[in-house]
Design a protein around this ligand. Structure first.
Ligand code: SAM
Length: 261
């Protein structure tokens, strides 16, 4: 009996010791992993704050075009929270918070953060708005809009980009973005009218279906002009009586709006 207890104790003690060592290993390695990822989040957060400063500087420099010295704080808040690095290829994560456009594959780009910020600001959004975006691309602009309004609809003509953005919206839990693959020139009739429309590719003219799908009192931002030179960023306003006015904001350079319209 004594021998049995002795043996049992030895086994029990060995098992307990193994458990203890494993628990210690877990306790040591788990906080290390957590702090590694929070350290990474912190680094990106700091880079994002720096990007916001760069946007603020550019806004001040271009205030004559924008008629303002600073953008809506809510827009800047969105710019300082959306993780832009997640919307660019992983080998460009380190460059994600420079104030530059970046390639996203298929000959397309994620727009310059300053351009995203001013286009969003000039739409004069309200929290219960429904916004249509033409040119989902990486999904970054849609993610910024999703922080500011109730519902975002976004259309991308290049299927792999559209599908990749849809996966990212799901992964990052953006529940108020609906996206589809298609030609955005024709808008998204079944969800029209929209309080605001943003076109993130250069059109040769303002697409008529988009004017139709804009609510009276609504605004549209669209770069218009030739694909080979700089275009003009236009703010299009539909008055309550349906009258359309356009205002040139500043010269920009966007990839072309494609499709067979
Ligand atoms: N908003 C994007 C972002 O945040 O990454 C950047 C857009 S990128 C400058 C322009 C996008 O418009 C490209 O992904 C391009 O494929 C898309 N595009 C071009 N013509 C289009 C069309 N007719 N309908 C929908 N998307 C179009």
């Amino acid at each position: 009996m004594h021998y049995f207890l002795n043996k049992l104790n030895k086994h029990t003690i060995r098992a307990c010791l193994t458990l203890l060592v494993l628990s210690c290993l877990l306790l040591v390695s788990y906080p290390a992993q957590v702090s590694a990822s929070s350290q990474e989040d912190l680094n990106y957060m700091q880079k994002r704050q720096h990007m916001v400063r760069l946007i603020e500087d550019d806004v001040r420099r271009t205030s004559v075009y924008l008629d303002k010295e600073a953008l809506d704080p809510k827009v800047m808040q969105a710019m300082s929270t959306v993780p832009r690095h997640k919307f660019v290829p992983e080998n460009r994560w380190d460059d994600a918070y420079q104030n530059n456009p970046l390639p996203i594959g298929h000959g397309q780009t994620i727009s310059q953060p300053y351009i995203v910020a001013i286009m969003t600001d000039l739409l004069k959004l309200s929290e219960h708005d429904k916004v249509l975006e033409i040119g989902t691309g990486s999904g970054y602009q849609a993610a910024i809009l999703a922080k500011l309004v109730d519902q975002v609809y976004s259309i991308e003509i290049i299927k792999p980009l559209g599908l990749q953005a849809a996966r990212l919206f799901k992964q990052l839990d953006y529940k108020n973005i609906s996206s589809k693959v298609g030609d955005g020139y024709y808008g998204w009739e079944e969800h029209a009218p929209f309080d605001a429309i943003i076109v993130t590719a250069a059109a040769s003219h303002i697409p008529h279906p988009l004017i139709k799908q804009l609510k009276p009192g609504g605004h549209m931002m669209i770069p218009v002009g030739s694909h080979f030179i700089t275009q003009q960023l236009l703010l299009v306003t539909k008055a309550e009586d349906g009258h359309i006015t356009t205002k040139q904001i500043l010269p920009v350079r966007f990839v072309p709006l494609t499709g067979d319209h």
